[in-house]
Ligand binder design. Structure first.
Ligand code: NAD
Length: 310
């Protein structure tokens, strides 16, 4: 019999790619997303999924959504790293409390496993060593990272108290088709959109901030792997394992995509750590996964996508 997976926040950027991958693996997919949320990202698979409209903060919606579900993938977030420090109370209320409710319901309804997409870019804080392994100290400098970490700890607690299985995937910086160019979180898509529009691009700091960018289709393949993973490990870095500065990315725009644009450098932001590169050895060894898409090919796919986005 086919297994049933629900993806909370499944109509978003990461969720829609996960849905593609799980359908390809012959799993029944339910996408749970906000009332009136755009279905554009899942339009191509709308006949292959069940689309459930609901509010992640609504207990009844969560209770009803979990009937007959084997796996729950949690992708809902009401905040971003950049805005979460403005209202930590809101961050905790809308992300942490509702997640604890989800875990309560998952254990009550005997869900086999919860997969949580955490943030490898914020849970560690300023790195003490590079590349960052999963056992690196965690000192987030934004509420968003603190809440992600707190969710990881509650997952651990529910495993201890109620035997609810879980896997945490700490994503570095995914990029690719369907990422929202209007949000500050996805640097590559945001910059490409500005360039397409003919606007100058603004960089916080001197462009030497290093991040670990990986193609979302590679990242999406980790969810099915995490579902099958029976190892003792519950937390994995998901990343390319390679660092690229913003200036190196701009050079790729010029060299690979043949783009011409104006750059304005602005004051650095306090919450941007200078470098973040995640060691993905554990995921390679335990999940039998590796990022496979060439960076330049991924960049070309992203550019072809953004050309058609208004
Ligand atoms: N994009 C990244 O760079 C990145 C990196 C690491 C971790 N993450 C985490 O991965 C998750 C997904 O990120 P994304 O980039 O796909 O975001 P996204 O905004 O594209 O998708 C999130 C989806 O959640 C839905 N949603 C929000 N609030 C909801 C609610 N109350 N009820 C139901 N649905 C709701 C939105 O409508 C949206 O479709 C987030 O938790 C994010 O913090 C993202």
């Amino acid at each position: 019999m086919k297994e049933n997976c629900i993806i909370y926040g499944g109509a978003g950027f990461i969720g829609s790619h996960i849905a593609d991958d799980l359908i390809g693996n012959n799993i029944n997919v339910t996408v749970f997303d906000k009332l009136n949320s755009s279905r554009r990202n899942v339009q191509h698979i709308i006949n292959n999924i069940t689309f459930l409209e609901g509010d992640f903060n609504n207990k009844i919606d969560i209770r009803n959504s979990l009937q007959g579900i084997d796996y729950a993938v949690h992708l809902v977030s009401s905040t971003l790293p950049a805005d979460s420090n403005l209202n930590p109370l809101y961050d905790v209320e809308t992300n942490l409390l509702s997640t604890i409710n989800l875990l309560e319901e998952c254990s009550r309804q005997n869900v086999k496993k919860v997969i949580f997409i955490s943030s490898g870019g914020t849970v560690y804080g300023k790195p003490e060593e590079i590349p960052i392994k999963e056992n690196h100290p965690t000192n987030p400098n934004c509420s968003y990272g603190i809440v992600k970490l707190a969710i990881e700890k509650y997952l651990y607690l529910y495993k201890e108290l109620k035997s609810l299985n879980y896997k945490v995937l700490r994503f570095a910086n995914p990029f690719g088709e369907r990422q929202n160019p209007h949000l500050p979180q996805g640097l590559i898509i945001h910059l490409l959109y500005k360039i397409k529009k003919g606007f100058p691009i603004e960089i916080w700091g001197d462009g030497n901030v290093i991040r670990d960018y990986f193609y979302i289709c590679d990242g999406a393949r980790t969810i099915n792997k995490a579902m099958r993973d029976g190892s003792e490990y519950n937390i994995y870095n998901i990343s390319s394992g390679e660092g690229r500065s913003i200036n190196q990315i701009l050079d790729k725009f010029r060299g690979v995509l043949n783009l011409d644009f104006e750059v304005i450098y602005k004051q650095a932001r306090s919450f941007d750590v200078p470098v973040n590169i995640l060691d993905n050895t554990l995921a390679k060894e335990q999940l039998n996964w590796k990022p496979e898409t060439d960076f330049d090919d991924a960049l070309l796919n992203t550019w072809r996508y953004i050309i058609d986005v208004e």
